[in-house]
Write a protein that binds this ligand. Structure first.
Ligand code: ZN
Length: 341
């Protein structure tokens, strides 16, 4: 009961990339970079296993940014001449690759990373990829000029990747869709359809992560505009409940999400965010256990997977490790209380 996991990313070692900033440049290149990324993945596995987590990830150390990792290997995108655009409905500006021609995948992108990671852990392994809507929202599209169409094209590529990840021995594939908290109408009209296309034919567990973003200033400022109760999930969860996706990852700790919305996720496993990634303050295991108890009032306990609110890549190593330990410690307390240690 209460198996623990993280959303996906952990802080990169300082010898791999500059710590803290998003899109931090690599310190190495070519073969040296690949070797360093693999070394980093081993460290990330060890940190999670030592903390006592049950479902581990590669810490996303093979990618510069959670969206651009896959995109760098896709034809039809211009990474040389990026365009500064407002993303997440203009919440912040980012230099995004331009779509200039039909998109295509040359060869498997993540499968070698997954195979390497799989070979070095006996724990359950989760692998993350950006979802179609979030990919489309992080690109300057000058070719398709049609977001649902472009999203569906990406969904087909994601599905190829996902099938290869499954063959590589991954246990859970998670699609990250922070854009679901921004484009609420589009989730129903084409978000779920493209997500399900990305997950089509998979026999392993599938998850979608929907959050209010990393703890960067633009997100913190945005949250201040959302009022006393954050009700975005109330619009999307009923639609997600009807989807074929098995698990939903959401933000709870330190947020203003009314937990009643969790009851809308009928029959889904719920990755309850019990660790706030927008603060350096490390939760106590007791606080984590309390968030689990609160969630258990709305979701059957056997469907709860304690998790972080979002990725931890912008945090320091020490803070991230402290939070991993609090996550595992809090779940252990809750497990005792609910009677299945
Ligand atoms: Zn997130």
């Amino acid at each position: 009961m209460f198996p623990t996991t993280i959303v996906g990313s952990l802080p990169k070692p300082s010898w791999l990339a500059e710590p803290a900033p998003l899109w931090a440049p690599w310190r190495l290149s070519g073969e040296d970079l690949l070797r360093a990324q693999r070394d980093a993945a081993l460290v990330m596995l060890k940190l999670q296993e030592d903390a006592g987590l049950d479902i581990v990830t590669d810490g996303e150390v093979f990618r510069q940014h959670f969206v651009h990792g896959i995109l760098e290997h896709i034809d039809g995108l211009d990474f040389q001449n990026k365009k500064r655009i407002g993303i997440r409905a203009g919440r912040y500006q980012a230099d995004c690759p331009r779509v200039v021609a039909p998109i295509a995948r040359r060869k498997p992108i993540h499968a070698p990373e997954a195979a390497f990671t799989r070979a070095h852990t006996r724990s359950q392994l989760k692998f993350t990829m950006p979802g179609p809507m979030t990919i489309v929202d992080t690109l300057a599209d000058e070719y398709y000029q049609d977001r649902p169409k472009l999203a569906m094209e990406f969904a087909k590529i994601l599905n190829q990747e996902a099938r290869e990840l499954e063959a590589a021995g991954v246990d859970v594939i998670q699609f990250d869709e922070p854009a679901y908290n921004v484009y609420l109408d589009e989730v129903a009209t084409w978000g779920i359809e493209t997500l399900e296309r990305a997950a089509e034919g998979l026999e392993i567990k599938t998850a979608v992560h929907i959050c209010y973003g990393y703890g960067i200033k633009a997100n913190v400022d945005w949250k201040k505009t959302l009022g006393g109760e954050w009700r975005q999930y109330e619009r999307t969860f009923p639609v997600l409940a009807k989807s074929k996706i098995d698990q939903v990852s959401l933000e709870c700790a330190g947020s203003r999400v009314p937990l009643q919305v969790l009851s809308m996720l009928k029959n889904k496993d719920v990755l309850v965010g019990v660790i706030d990634v927008a603060t350096d303050r490390i939760e106590t295991p007791q606080e984590v256990a309390q968030t689990i108890r609160d969630a258990a009032e709305h979701v059957p306990p056997e469907r709860i997977i304690p998790c972080t609110n979002c990725g931890m890549v912008p945090l320091s190593r020490d803070v991230a490790v402290g939070k991993l330990e609090a996550l595992a410690g809090g779940a252990a307390i809750a497990r005792k209380e609910y009677g299945k240690g």
